[in-house]
Design a protein around this ligand. Structure first.
Ligand SMILES: *Cc1c(COP(=O)(O)O)cnc(C)c1O
Length: 397
C-alpha cells in the first residue's frame, strides 16, 4: 500500500491582495483596534449590499446565530425545526439557549430542508400528541414545549426553498432564521440569500466566499431584535449604558477593527471573488461529468445564483469513500467528508438518543459526499491535477 504524500493542492485558500494587507496595516497605525470606524464601514457595506435595515458584525458565524436565537426569543424547551445536514454550529446555536432542535430530513438533490416534510412536521407539532411525537428526539421528548421557529441553512452556497419554508413559518407564526453562513452572494428567485427570513447570518472563516479570519454579519429588518443583538454582542450594554453598566446578560461577540478592515476590502471584491469561484466550479463540472459513479453538485431551479462555498461531489452508493479518499491522498489530493450528520455527533446522541437510520437522506448524503480542494485562487492546472487523480482512482476502484 502506498503512503499518502503531502498535499499538492491545498483544501482551500483565502484570496487576498495587497489592498487587504494595506487596509489591515493602516488600522495598526491607529490607536483604534476595536469599536471603531472600520466595523461601522463594514456593516454599512452589508446594509447597502443586502438592502437590510440592520447589519451587525460579530466575531463568528456561531456567535451570529446565537444572537439571532436569543434576540428573537427562542428559549428553553422551545421547538425549532432545522436540518441535521449542516455544520454543527447551526443547531448548536439552539442548544446554547436550551431550545430543542427538531430535525427534519433533507431533499436528496439539494441537501437543503425537505419543505414537504417541514410543512408536515409543523402541522403535527402544532397538533401535539402522537402526531408530534414522531418528529421529536427519542430522548427528552417529554420536555418539548411549543413550536416557535425554523432555522434553515443554505447548504454549500445554494439557498434553501425559502418561499415554501416562509409559508410554513407564516402559517404557524414561527421565527425564521436563515443560516447563510455558506451562501453570501447567492440568490433565490433573484433575491439575496440571508435576507429571506426574519434574520440571516453570513460567516467569514478563511474558506468562505469572503474572509475576515474569524467573523460574521447578521442582517435583519427587525429594529427591536437588532437593538438586542447590538447589546448582547457588547456585554449586554444597552444604548446609554456606560462601559460598566450592563442592562442585559451579554457576551463579547465584537468583531475587531483589523478584521473589519479586511472584510471591507473583501466585500468590495465580492463579485470578483465569486466569479473566480464560479470559474473553478465550472472547470470541475466540465471534467467530472464524464467520470462514472460520481455525481457533481445539483443546481436547483430556484437558485438564480449559486455562490460556491465548497465543491462537494457524491460517490455512487456502494463505493467506499474512506478508501477512495485514502487512494487520493496517495496522489497528494486532500478531500473531506461533507457533512457529518449532526444528529450522530456523540454529544447529540447522548442528549437526545438519536440512532443511525433516524434521518436516512442526511446519512446517505453524509456518507457519500466528498468536498474537493476548492478556492477562488485555484488554477485550471490544479483542477486538472485533482481530476486526473480522481480518474485514476476511479479506474481501478
Ligand atoms: C461556517 C458556518 C457557520 C459559522 O461558522 P463559524 O466558524 O462560527 O464562523 C455556521 N453555519 C454553517 C452552515 C457554516 O458553514
Amino acid at each position: 500500500m502506498n503512503k499518502p504524500i503531502p498535499p499538492i493542492v491545498p483544501m482551500s485558500s483565502p484570496d487576498l491582495t495587497d489592498a487587504e494587507r494595506q487596509a489591515v496595516l493602516a488600522v495598526l497605525n491607529t490607536p483604534s483596534l476595536s469599536i471603531g470606524p472600520q466595523v461601522q464601514a463594514f456593516e454599512a457595506a452589508f446594509q447597502a449590499y443586502t438592502g437590510s435595515r440592520h447589519a451587525i458584525a460579530v466575531n463568528s458565524g456561531t456567535a451570529g446565530l446565537h444572537l439571532c436565537v436569543r434576540a428573537f426569543g427562542l428559549g428553553e424547551n422551545d421547538l425549532v425545526i432545522t436540518t441535521p445536514f449542516s455544520f454543527v454550529a447551526s443547531s448548536n446555536s439552539l442548544l446554547f439557549e436550551r431550545a430543542i432542535p427538531v430535525f427534519v430530513d433533507i431533499d436528496p438533490l439539494t441537501g437543503n430542508l425537505d419543505v414537504q416534510q417541514v410543512a408536515q412536521a409543523a402541522a403535527d407539532l402544532k397538533a401535539g400528541g402522537a402526531a408530534a411525537k414522531r418528529w421529536l428526539p427519542p430522548k427528552g421528548a417529554e420536555k418539548a414545549g411549543e413550536l416557535k421557529g425554523i432555522l434553515a441553512v443554505d447548504v454549500f452556497g445554494q439557498p434553501a426553498d425559502m418561499d415554501a419554508l416562509n409559508a410554513v413559518a407564516r402559517q404557524y407564526n414561527l421565527v425564521m432564521i436563515e443560516d447563510s453562513c455558506e451562501a453570501l452572494g447567492a440568490t433565490y428567485k433573484g433575491r439575496k440569500a440571508g435576507t429571506l427570513g426574519d434574520c440571516g447570518v453570513f460567516a467569514f472563516y478563511p474558506n468562505k466566499q469572503i474572509t475576515t479570519g474569524e467573523g460574521a454579519i447578521i442582517v435583519t429588518n427587525d429594529d427591536r431584535a437588532a437593538d438586542r443583538m447590538r447589546a448582547y454582542r457588547n456585554q449586554g450594554r444597552a444604548p446609554g449604558d456606560t462601559w460598566l453598566s450592563h442592562t442585559y446578560l451579554g457576551y463579547n461577540y465584537r468583531l475587531d477593527e483589523m478584521s473589519s478592515a479586511l472584510g471591507l476590502v473583501q466585500m468590495q471584491r465580492l463579485e470578483e471573488l465569486m466569479q473566480k469561484r464560479d470559474q473553478v466550479a465550472a472547470w470541475y463540472g466540465e471534467r467530472l461529468s464524464a467520470i462514472p459513479n460520481l455525481e457533481t453538485p445539483y443546481l436547483d431551479g430556484n437558485t438564480t445564483c449559486y455562490s460556491w462555498f465548497v465543491y462537494v461531489v457524491r460517490l455512487a452508493a456502494g463505493l467506499n469513500r474512506e478508501d477512495f479518499a485514502e487512494r487520493l491522498a496517495q496522489y497528494g489530493i486532500p478531500v473531506r467528508p461533507y457533512f457529518a450528520p449532526i444528529h450522530l455527533h456523540p454529544f447529540m446522541v447522548e442528549q437526545f438518543g438519536y440512532h443511525i437510520g433516524d434521518y436516512p437522506v442526511t446519512e446517505d448524503l453524509g456518507a457519500r459526499g466528498m468536498a474537493l480542494p476548492f478556492s477562488g485562487v485555484m488554477t485550471e492546472s490544479q483542477v486538472d491535477q485533482v481530476v486526473n487523480a480522481i480518474r485514476m482512482v476511479m479506474a481501478d476502484f
